[in-house]
Design a protein around this ligand. Structure first.
Ligand code: IMP
Length: 192
């Protein structure tokens, strides 16, 4: 069976990706290959970070692999937080409460509330690089709503739903989300 390393140890992402990619490809985590390195993620774009992480694994282990990077791009904030989404409130850590509070404060007086989540996946297969992108358009809610999901889910309303990702829940989210869309493109490519 074809094997691919996914440069993550995030259990949620692994199960989501395994479910979409199906049985024809075995997806290994960093733990599965014994990698405990803190993989650098220092590029200034989502594409750059995804490529940097995948290249690191390929260069060190010589294995086919992929990596992802996600950002929330808010139009009224000139595309911010973008590549800084995880560390929007504090440059040295990912604090979900502080991140969403900062976003709601920045958006307080903005009438244009359009935003999108964008995921980029970089695949390195036999040394060659391929990029896959998934986007979900939507808007920033005026306040937090819903209990489910993670990260910015309580403040992001995907287009056409009227509910935040945190209200919609993971099953609906996984049919329309940025990451699911990028993963489906990767799966289509691998299973073609
Ligand atoms: P990562 O590149 O997947 O680690 O995502 C970077 C940051 O974006 C995360 O730490 C979250 O704050 C946020 N994020 C990514 N995907 C989602 C999502 O599906 N819902 C809410 N927030 C997300």
């Amino acid at each position: 069976m074809k094997k691919l390393v996914f440069a993550t140890n995030n259990a949620h992402k692994l199960s989501e990706i395994r479910a979409i990619i199906g049985a024809r490809v075995e997806v290994l985590s960093l733990a599965d290959i014994g990698c405990t390195d803190d993989i650098p993620e220092t590029a200034d774009t989502l594409d750059g970070n995804a490529r940097q992480k995948a290249r690191y694994i390929f260069n060190k282990y010589g294995l086919d692999c992929f990596a992802d990077d996600t950002g929330l791009e808010v139009r009224a904030l000139n595309g911010q937080p973008g590549v800084h989404t995880a560390r929007y409130a504090y440059p040295d850590r990912n604090d979900t409460e502080a991140n969403t509070a900062k976003l709601l404060a920045e958006m307080k007086k903005k009438s244009d509330r359009h935003a999108r989540f964008r995921t980029v996946i970089a695949l390195i297969e036999k040394g060659e690089e391929h990029l896959f992108e998934g986007i979900v358009e939507g808007e920033i809610a005026p306040e937090k709503r819903g209990e489910r999901g993670f990260g910015y889910d309580p403040v992001f309303i995907p287009e056409g739903t009227g509910q935040t990702f945190a209200e919609l829940g993971v099953e609906v989210k996984n049919t329309i989300s940025h990451r699911a869309r990028a993963v489906r493109k990767l799966a289509d490519y691998l299973n073609a």
